[in-house]
Write a protein that binds this ligand. Structure first.
Ligand SMILES: *Cc1c(COP(=O)(O)O)cnc(C)c1O
Length: 428
């Protein structure tokens, strides 16, 4: 049966991207290594500012980064419980613990606010150049100026938290347009940080559309466009060089004989796309990146498999777009991410919601690590990779005992205690 037919039937599947190219054969794209390096440099320039507003980042010099942790007990549990037959070592990249925003959005979202701030500050003489003292951005004159500017975004929750928290800290008026999927506690937290939250009855697409229109009509306002933003994408891409350092520190080799497998939950595609792009620039053909999407909202899969990119939605094929994975509840994918991923992405898994809670318990009970339901989608990748056609056809099975697998945990540390307890018990 063809892929789209299976998607319509809400089947759990692994779609392989037959347009993926060897890195040496990848044509020049709209973003490249130079832009990623520029983003990494910008984050370094802002480190004193981040350190100043968020003291929890001081121990890492104002650089927001998450741990890479080996999780052998989860590996054993997945092998026993699901006969997953995982070979090699299993790690979790804990973006669930990223400071400031508690999710992967601390990469792209915060980067974009900083980029915009730098542009404004240089335009208005608050900074003379990019080699000026960035702590000038924290003076009361600078804050007064930022207070006359708005930053707006449409979000299912976590992007809003990263943009809202960072914008409010710098002094901006932050306006977050939240879809119906957004959790109440995220709205409450944002309001407590000084952001304005506007609620919509419709889905994420509607919140984005309204936010975009309101921002466009206001000359003091800047809109963070999750579906098209190159800056968001580049903020995520910096994860590549950060992970390279962590793998080296852990003594992990990635080469032709030691493949690296990475599994990332996917919503609109920006976060997993940026991370994949960053990793491919560094590890080339030795890294194999997979996205995981809910069976009710596999928008990247549809965009790539049909070639329609952002011109298709999950509703077009009769799916609801509704899922417990609130961070992944997106109807149409990012066109930018579709274009960028065509030569780089290995494939996409889909998963039904009930497994999110099973995996949430598996991880918590075996390793004591809590991540949010959306994040748990990543665990499907490592559980099912051995059962698909990728091993054998694309990567020689004999290399698998030397493999490193990384589950990319995209959110969790900000989830309130009552919600954690509810998730840990939930069966659907
Ligand atoms: C946003 C988000 C993702 C996916 O990022 P996209 O850019 O929407 O693809 C995954 N997990 C969590 C928890 C998120 O908040």
């Amino acid at each position: 049966m063809d892929t789209i037919e299976l998607v319509k039937q809400r089947a759990e599947l692994l779609w392989l991207n037959d347009e993926k190219k060897n890195i040496s054969k990848t044509e020049k794209q709209e973003l490249g290594a130079e832009e990623t390096a520029d983003a990494a440099e910008r984050l370094k320039r802002f480190a004193p500012v981040i350190s100043y507003y968020f003291p929890e980042t001081q121990k890492n010099g104002g650089i927001i980064e998450s741990p890479l942790t080996e999780i052998p007990k989860l590996k054993d549990r997945l092998n026993e419980k699901y006969t997953a037959d995982i070979k090699g070592r299993l790690f979790i990249k804990e973006d669930s613990n990223l400071q400031v925003a508690g999710s992967v959005k601390a990469r792209g979202g915060i980067y974009e606010v900083l980029k915009h701030t730098e542009d404004l500050a240089i335009e208005n003489g608050i900074l003379q150049s990019t080699s000026d003292d960035y702590l000038k951005l924290t003076t009361s004159e600078a804050r007064k100026y930022f207070g006359s500017c708005k930053i707006q975004v449409g979000s299912t929750g976590n992007l809003g938290m990263s943009i809202g928290i960072m914008s409010a800290a710098l002094g901006y008026e932050a306006i977050i347009h939240m879809s119906a999927d957004a959790k109440e506690w995220k709205k409450t937290l944002l309001r407590s940080k000084g952001a304005k939250v506007v609620e919509y009855n419709g889905d994420y697409g509607e919140a984005v559309k309204k936010g975009r229109a309101l921002s466009a009509a206001d000359s003091t306002s800047y809109f963070v466009d999750d579906e098209n933003s190159k800056d968001l994408f580049l903020g995520y891409a910096v994860a590549g060089e950060r992970l390279q350092i962590q793998l080296k520190e852990a003594g992990i080799t990635v080469d032709d004989e030691h493949p690296l497998f990475v599994y990332i939950p996917c919503g609109v595609g920006g976060a997993p796309g940026g991370i994949t792009f960053g990793l491919r620039q560094i590890f080339g053909d030795n890294v194999h990146c997979f996205f995981v999407e809910p069976t009710e909202a596999p928008c990247m899969l549809l965009g790539l498999a049909t070639g329609k990119e952002n011109r298709i939605s999950v509703q077009d094929v009769g799916l609801s777009g509704k899922t417990h994975a609130d961070g992944l509840a997106c109807g149409s994918p990012s066109g930018l991410s579709c274009r960028m991923m065509r030569p780089h992405l290995s494939g996409i898994f889909t998963i039904t919601d009930k497994w999110l809670y099973e995996y949430l318990r598996d991880l918590y009970e075996s390793e004591g690590i809590f991540i949010e339901p959306s994040s748990c989608a990543a665990i499907r990748g490592v559980t099912a990779i051995g059962k698909g056609k990728y091993i054998g056809n694309i990567v020689n099975a004999e290399k698998m005992p030397n493999a490193t697998h990384i589950i990319w945990a995209t959110g969790g540390s900000f989830v309130p205690k009552e919600m954690r307890e509810e998730f840990l018990k939930l069966k659907i």
